[in-house]
Every structure is written in structure tokens, then in C-alpha cells.
Design a protein around this ligand. Structure first.
Ligand SMILES: *Cc1c(COP(=O)(O)O)cnc(C)c1O
Length: 230
């Protein structure tokens, strides 16, 4: 399949998931995850009209960003080491993986130095798997309280990763759990503004995530492909 065909098919599946759940496709944003592909493929993704690009390692993103930085809106979706914050700040508009206080403090310092506000998602480990990063759900409220004073970080929502399941339906409880946590945190009114965003759903499970309220889906293989397929 060509990139255009994959985009068309994904858009159709998004629309169907929205129809099933009474949502508008306009409320579901795609982050095209380019971590598996080259700079030239990333350029094609931008040519196709997709603007939001996701990368999970600065080392892999650096050349693409240097060549194409101005053309896209960049999302850092991987685990972020504090010593890499300086590379990311000012280049990536969104960080999906805020998961600890030391990282929040480092982001605050770097963003303040550049006089900008970085948009972040709190990464939460809803599934409870040992192998997954993220705060435990019950830690989220106190974490948000701890970072209330950090004015160069704007937490716009929550992010999670579901376990890989053969049946996508089996991921539903994870996505529902993230949505319920967002609602509960908003009810407590901890953040300056309500959390509006849910970053959840990948190639294997994005339709279920949309049905449960995803506003950002992060799509690699199903959309951008993997380089060996090109
Ligand atoms: C790689 C990655 C994705 C995309 O994975 P696919 O299954 O290829 O869609 C999404 N989110 C994160 C955090 C990733 O690391």
C-alpha cells in the first residue's frame, strides 16, 4: 500500500469509530509516528498534509528535525531522560511522557530559559505492567499538585499505552481507565485549566481508544509504515 492509501484507510477507520461512539472526527488528532522511517519518508508524510509528527528518541529524530523542523509540529512520545531535555525543548511542542518530578523540574527550567511553555501529557500506567513507564493512577493527583507552581509546563491531558492484545477489544478497560482518571482529576480541580486531552491508541488499538475518548492517536506502522515495507 502507498502512503496515500494508508492515510485514506486510517481516516475511514477513524470516521467509523467516531460514528460508533457519537464523536466528531475533527476531535481526533493524528500524531504520525515516524520513528521507523527515514527523513525522505517523513518528508512525504508532511507533503501528504499530516502536520503532527511523533518521535521517541532524540538521536533518531535529530537529522529529520534539522531538515524538516519548520514544516511540522513535533511530539516527543518516548521516555525522556532528564539529560536529553535540552535537546528537545524549543523543538518539540508536546511531550507525551511526563512521568516524574525530576523531569518536570528539568522541563520547567529549560522552558523558562527559552521563555516558552511546553505542552505535556501526564503519562499514566493504567495497565500496571512492570515494563511500562508512567505514574500509577493513584499518584496522579498529588503529582499534579506538586507541579502546580511550574508555570512553563502546561499539562493538557493524560497519556497511556495499552498492552499489546491479539483482540483490540481487550485494551478497552485501559483506555476507559484513563478517561475516568481525567474526569476524576478535573472534578478535583487541581490543574489551572481542566485537562482536555487523551493521548491513547496506536496502530493495534486506535479504534477502541477513539471509542473511549482519545483526542490524540499515535500511529506508526499502520499509517507511516515501516521502512522495510517501502
Ligand atoms: C512507536 C510508538 C507508537 C506507534 O506505534 P505503532 O504501533 O507502530 O503505531 C505510539 N506511541 C509510542 C509511545 C510509541 O513509542
Amino acid at each position: 500500500m502507498t502512503l496515500e492509501e494508508r492515510i485514506q484507510e486510517v481516516n475511514q477507520r477513524i470516521e467509523e469509530a467516531c460514528r460508533r461512539s457519537g464523536r466528531s472526527a475533527a476531535d481526533v488528532n493524528i500524531v504520525a509516528v515516524t520513528k521507523y522511517v527515514s527523513q525522505s519518508m517523513t518528508a512525504k508524510v508532511l507533503d501528504s498534509g499530516l502536520k503532527h509528527l511523533g518521535e521517541n528518541r532524540w538521536q533518531n529524530a535529530e537529522d529529520k528535525w534539522n531538515a524538516l523542523g519548520d514544516r511540522g509540529i513535533w511530539h516527543f512520545i518516548g521516555h525522556l531522560q532528564t539529560n536529553k531535555v535540552k535537546d528537545v525543548i524549543g523543538k518539540f511542542e508536546y511531550v507525551h511522557s511526563l512521568d516524574r518530578l525530576s523531569l518536570a523540574k528539568e522541563l520547567e527550567k529549560a522552558a523558562a530559559a527559552k521563555d516558552l511553555v511546553i505542552k505535556t501529557f501526564l503519562q499514566v500506567n493504567i495497565s500496571g505492567e512492570d515494563t511500562k513507564y508512567g505514574l500509577a493512577p493513584e499518584e496522579a493527583a498529588s503529582f499534579l499538585r506538586d507541579i502546580q507552581g511550574l508555570t512553563h509546563i502546561k499539562v493538557i491531558g493524560l497519556m497511556t499505552m495499552a498492552p499489546f492484545e491479539d483482540e483490540a477489544e481487550d485494551t478497552r478497560r485501559v483506555f476507559r481507565g484513563l478517561r475516568e482518571l481525567k474526569d476524576a482529576l478535573n472534578h478535583q480541580g487541581i490543574t489551572r485549566e481542566p485537562l482536555t486531552e487523551l493521548s491513547m491508541g496506536m496502530s493495534n488499538d486506535f479504534e477502541v481508544a477513539i471509542e473511549e475518548g482519545a483526542t490524540w492517536i499515535r500511529l506508526g506502522s499502520v499509517l507511516v509504515g515501516k521502512e522495510e515495507e517501502e
